[in-house]
Design a protein around this ligand. Structure first.
Ligand SMILES: C[S@@+](CC[C@H](N)C(=O)[O-])C[C@H]1O[C@@H](n2cnc3c(N)ncnc32)[C@H](O)[C@@H]1O
Length: 283
């Protein structure tokens, strides 16, 4: 931008609105570019395998489940679950699945996590209570009601794993995430299923949240970790499935110390950047 235009903007106290508009235009422009890129990207030269080399224990269990309580999951979920949840196997953890239906997935979780896991199910349908006979703890209520969560979570200990496979409406998914994220233990895993469509609102909600994770200054400054950093370690988007990992350790500040002595600073084109690089970090 021309210096005279910048001076005029400053004189009219328009710096903040101008910066906002500039960023908003950049945000939508790059969103559109990425969206179009994703729509038009060519298939890779080396085609991926159609199925993984090893069938996960969860998928094996589901496929063996020929009769009795039904399990209804998208096929590609099993591998994702296994990738994020295998470290909890054999441990005494708490897992809550929202959406019980036939109840077969509760038996699958028990087989996967082992007898020490406490398995909770939540459904709006009171008939699901019947599964308590097999040792599952079943709650009945509406996942889209924040007051329901407040009442319930007073009675339930902190949880390690949440699977949201309930009503699948975006407002239910948002209320459930906001209610349960603080109730997850450090290192816990939150999984939300069935986020269909490129403009699904829960997806946008999580994207908005993820943006603040990267609200960290350049490598010459220290940025204090926010409460979001203390809650959310990472967000993983898969086709129609999102996984959020809860923070297990978080430094009080984000910093990028340099180790070593040789640097190719000529790579920095302009003098001010070179000076910034050689500046010693103070205090
Ligand atoms: C897709 S099914 C669950 C499938 C099951 N988890 C499985 O893997 O086989 C969805 C379930 O969510 C329940 N549900 C629908 N709306 C709900 C709500 N607002 N709160 C809680 N559960 C709800 C339905 O009664 C139904 O049993």
């Amino acid at each position: 931008m021309q210096a005279s235009a910048r001076r005029l903007i400053a004189r009219l106290h328009l710096i903040k609105p101008a910066r906002f508009i500039y960023r908003a235009v950049g945000f939508f422009r790059y969103f559109a570019l990425g969206y179009r890129y994703g729509r038009q990207i060519a298939a890779p030269d080396i085609a991926p395998k159609e199925t993984p080399d090893v069938v996960s224990p969860l998928e094996a269990f589901a496929r063996e489940n020929r009769e009795g309580p039904g399990i209804w999951k998208w096929e590609h979920y099993y591998d994702v679950y296994d990738r994020h949840l295998s470290r909890f196997r054999g441990k005494s953890i708490g897992i809550l699945e929202i959406g019980v239906l036939g109840g077969g997935s509760l038996y699958m979780w028990r087989d996967y996590f082992g007898p020490d896991a406490r398995i909770y199910g939540l459904d709006i349908n009171p008939a699901c209570k019947e599964l308590e006979k097999d040792g599952f703890e079943i709650f009945v209520g509406d996942q889209g009601d924040p007051e329901f969560w407040k009442r319930l979570l007073r009675e339930v200990p902190m949880i390690d794993v949440v699977i949201d496979d309930g009503g699948h409406r975006p407002h239910q998914q948002v209320v459930t995430l906001k209610s349960l994220l603080p109730h997850l233990r450090p290192g816990g895993v939150y999984i939300c299923e069935d986020i269909h469509g490129p403009f699904q609102p829960f997806h946008s909600f999580v994207d908005g949240l993820t943006r603040s994770l990267s609200d960290i200054s350049g490598p010459h400054e220290r940025t204090p970790a926010s409460s979001l950093h203390q809650q959310v370690a990472s967000v993983h988007h898969y086709p129609i499935l999102t996984v959020i990992e809860k923070t297990i350790s978080c430094p009080p500040t984000f910093e990028a110390p340099r180790f070593g002595t040789n640097w190719r600073t000529e790579w920095y084109q302009d003098e001010s950047r070179r000076r910034l690089f050689s500046r010693r970090r103070s205090g």
